[in-house]
Write a protein that binds this ligand. Structure first.
Ligand SMILES: NC(=O)c1ccc[n+]([C@@H]2O[C@H](COP(=O)([O-])OP(=O)(O)OC[C@H]3O[C@@H](n4cnc5c(N)ncnc54)[C@H](OP(=O)(O)O)[C@@H]3O)[C@@H](O)[C@H]2O)c1
Length: 247
């Protein structure tokens, strides 16, 4: 993708990676709009970062997606990039029936939410120059963290969906880029102070540098995620799974 001069929607833009990426992309000379459910955060972002657009969006609600799309296309007719960063990550105990609710919410947000968002914006993106869809999977798409089984499964599915999407959109001008973050210090699963997770600013800086250096990239892989992304082909899968199983 080109790194400047875009109009970019970031779902999951009220905090963490989504917000950080939105602000970095704005610094790089793009118009950005952040989306999320938490109204107080959207208001604070609008106050603290004049010029950053905000839109209320719940990706588990098809009506909310349709409403946000109508608002966005009207207010930002040049919208040409969509980043699907909305996501949740919650531990599950597969022996406890109550965990099924977590599993269902995780699929509704991470997988169906991504799929619905993509379906909603593809028709508009087809009319734009230099269009791109940036999906957000995870290193855990490639080796699972056993305490979050449905989370990992949704991210493996987002990876697969991104692959199919890229092939279907080939030749349309819409580029499909998959961001594959490693553990990053955000509040996603309270890992904001976790030593072993990558500091958010470092992750954002490396991601922006890769987006700049590799405009045709299919996947954005910071160094810290490669041990997960490449485990299956490196012959290290069993060892990495054993490591993740100790959490
Ligand atoms: N941090 C990591 O270690 C890591 C690693 C790999 C992948 N990722 C992925 O990166 C993405 C961003 O996560 P993060 O780490 O930045 O966590 P975060 O700070 O908790 O951000 C999650 C974002 O998703 C939004 N969201 C959650 N449910 C939503 C819904 N139903 N509708 C719309 N928005 C929703 C939240 O906004 P509202 O609550 O305002 O709706 C928030 O903006 C996620 O997809 C996550 O799976 C993170």
């Amino acid at each position: 993708m080109k790194i400047t001069g875009n109009t970019i929607l970031v779902t999951g833009g009220t905090s963490g990676i989504g917000l950080g990426l939105a602000l970095r992309l704005r610094e790089a000379g793009n118009t950005v709009v952040v989306a999320g459910r938490r109204r107080e955060l959207l208001e604070r972002i609008a106050d603290e970062h004049p010029g950053v657009g905000t839109v209320e969006l719940d990706v588990t609600d098809p009506e909310s997606i349709a409403r946000a799309r109508r608002q966005l296309v009207a207010a930002y007719p040049n919208l040409n990039v969509v980043v699907t960063a909305a996501g949740i990550m919650v531990t599950e105990n597969l022996r406890d029936p109550h965990s099924l609710r977590v599993a269902e919410d995780t699929v509704a947000t991470n997988l169906l939410g991504t799929i619905r968002t993509v379906y909603a914006f593809v028709p508009h993106l087809l009319t734009q120059d230099d269009a791109a869809i940036l999906t957000v999977s995870s290193g855990l798409a490639f080796v699972p963290l056993p305490i979050t089984p449905t989370y990992n499964a949704t991210k493996a599915a987002v990876h697969s969906f991104s692959e199919g999407l890229r092939v279907q959109l080939a030749g349309t001008g819409i580029q499909v880029i998959e961001l594959v973050p490693p553990a990053v210090r955000t509040t996603l699963m309270n890992q904001q102070d976790l030593e072993s997770a990558m500091p958010l600013e470092e992750f954002l800086a490396e991601t922006m540098a890769l987006l700049r250096a590799q405009p045709d990239a299919r996947e954005i892989l910071v160094e810290n995620v490669k041990f997960l992304r490449n485990a299956a082909t490196d012959g290290t899968y069993d060892n990495v799974l054993a490591l993740l199983s100790s959490h």
